[in-house]
Unconditional design. Structure first.
Length: 559
């Protein structure tokens, strides 16, 4: 057998030439497993996985290589690199559908080596991946804060940090505003000599662009974007859809049919994307992502249209000087708070968003309370939004009502379900919570609302699509009053339904309202009937009037 040191030196040239399969062969034939160094294990894992990221068996082998490399040299540079690779490859393996990944072990490894990991970019990025899959916003924030503190961050890191702060009720709107300015300063500003000049030529029609990475089946924004794309005056407006997604499905194609022109910029670098968009001479460009998704916020920093607007995908300030407006309503941003938004606020007449409606007909459903004899609560919100604070409040409700149940939709990530169950168990109500399996079929999803008496909104990150769905299905949604755009979406929805009783001023009142409805069946049944009668008549689903107001607001800006 050759020495580890000599073999590592020999393999460096092969690695530079990207001859990964040869490296795997050399290491596995020239060394015994019990004789390999941490460096060889790390190199073996990298060589296995580089060209085989979708092969579960090979990724599994790489995971074991990285783990052995870390355990051999916990305190050294190679060991920490191995740990970083171990975490990333474990997450990849889990995403490929493996149930063998132990996130508790990963966290234990990190904590054992935390002192030498704190300033290591790779391991901090890797740990955000773990905590994101556990829906643990505090863990995610900790590691993004480390990247910011050591000044070793990328734009995606900064956007993700701002997004995950929306789950933290201790961050004030002034904090979001200050952070937005910090992010803006760190976005790249390209030399105008490399960019196509913004056109001053006036178009025959007002050209409106929408930029998104999420025009695909199952994404929530499609139900709101469809409202306006189905109701615009083609004599006045010309609409462009800019897609930042490599894959286009049937839903994407349906949306392309609704607009005048579509351009996929997902394979363009920033400068090419900016130039391509500027060449279209867009009058108003609307960003549907903000800090979320696979955003292209750098493009807005460098101005791609005469007027730039933030709407829908991210319900908070972007912080960008060049983001001219944010679309909102007067239930979401109060006059004295406008100073904490970098953008000027466009206040629509009623609500900031309008759902296009669902294929399932609105009809009155007999509440499950009548057949069960007990109250069933429910929330189909993303588990990211179900924080420990939310679970604590929901637990108080369930403890106060004999036999009451809470239905949640299971997360795709089994470790998330495990963590959420532990939090409910800690609050003493594990047996009161029912986890429904996730199903992709929309009809199955909507039918699940028929098993719910009262929907419980999350806070401070409110549900939006789920609240519209609940109301469509006749289920009342109790929401908590917020302190900024992001945390007041539930308020705006219930105010536009003209049922303000369902808005709690604080956590105690949230619990009280849930108990009041549960203990007064007649009051509850009257409320269900009221929702059924008001839903379609409300501004929540009035697409024509909403669209008229939406486009009139844009027309006013362009004059």
């Amino acid at each position: 057998m050759v020495s580890n040191k000599n073999l590592e030196i020999e393999l460096q040239e092969l690695f530079k030439q990207k001859r990964y399969s040869e490296i795997v062969f050399e290491i596995t034939t020239k060394t015994n497993e019990n004789e390999r160094s941490a460096g060889l294990f790390n190199l073996l894992g990298i060589s296995r996985i580089t060209d085989n990221r979708k092969d579960k068996n090979i990724v599994s082998l790489a995971v074991e290589d990285f783990k052995k490399g870390y355990l051999l040299e916990k305190e050294g540079v190679i060991g920490i690199d191995s740990l970083s690779n171990f975490v990333i490859s474990s997450v990849l393996l889990r995403d490929l559908g493996s149930n063998s990944v132990d996130f508790d072990e990963i966290i234990s490894f990190y904590k054992n080596s935390e002192k030498i990991c704190l300033n290591h970019r790779g391991i901090n990025v890797a740990m955000t991946m773990v905590y994101r899959r556990l829906n643990d916003y505090q863990g995610v924030l900790f590691h993004y804060e480390r990247l910011i503190k050591i000044k070793n961050f990328g734009i995606r890191d900064l956007c993700s940090y701002g997004y995950w702060r929306c789950f933290d009720k201790n961050w004030k709107q002034s904090d979001f505003f200050d952070y937005g300015k910090f992010l803006d300063k760190n976005l790249p500003e390209y030399n105008e000599r490399d960019l196509v000049p913004l056109s001053k030529e006036k178009n025959n029609k007002i050209r409106i662009g929408f930029l998104s990475s999420d025009i695909k089946g199952g994404h929530s924004i499609i139900y709101f974007l469809k409202t306006i794309l189905s109701n615009y005056d083609k004599n006045k407006f010309e609409i462009f859809l800019f897609l930042n997604q490599p894959q286009e499905d049937q839903t994407t194609k349906e949306f392309i049919e609704l607009v005048d022109k579509s351009i996929n910029i997902s394979r363009f670098g920033d400068i090419q994307a900016i130039n391509n968009i500027r060449e279209q001479n867009i009058d108003i460009m609307i960003d549907l992502m903000g800090y979320t998704s696979t955003n292209r916020i750098e493009l807005f920093k460098n101005r791609i249209a005469k007027i730039q607007i933030l709407w829908m995908g991210y319900c908070n300030t972007s912080g960008l000087k060049n983001m001219d407006y944010i679309i909102s309503d007067r239930n979401l941003i109060y006059p004295e708070e406008e100073k904490f938004y970098a953008e000027k606020v466009i206040f629509l007449n009623s609500i900031w968003n309008c759902h296009c409606g669902l294929e399932t007909k609105i009809e009155y459903y007999d509440p499950p309370l009548n057949k069960n004899g007990y109250v069933t609560f429910g929330s189909f919100n993303n588990f990211d939004k179900i924080t420990p604070d939310v679970i604590e409040v929901w637990s108080k409700i369930l403890k106060s009502l004999k036999n009451s149940k809470l239905i949640l939709k299971s997360a795709k990530e089994i470790h998330t379900n495990k963590r959420i169950k532990k939090l409910f168990e800690k609050n003493g109500i594990k047996d009161s919570v029912i986890f429904l399996d996730r199903k992709d079929e929309k009809e199955d999803h909507l039918n699940a609302y028929k098993e719910i008496d009262i929907a419980l909104d999350t806070f401070p990150y409110n549900g939006v699509t789920t609240s519209f769905e609940s109301i469509w299905m006749g289920v009342p949604v109790i929401t908590l009053a917020g302190y900024n755009f992001n945390s007041r979406c539930g308020e705006s929805i219930n105010k536009n339904l003209n049922i303000e009783y369902l808005i709690a001023k604080n956590e105690n009142e949230y619990v009280t309202k849930a108990l009041d409805l549960s203990n007064n069946p007649n009051k509850y049944l009257d409320l269900r009937k009221e929702i059924f009668e008001k839903a379609l008549k409300s501004t929540l689903f009035d697409g024509k009037n909403y669209s008229k107001n939406f486009f009139q607001s844009l027309e006013d800006l362009n004059n």
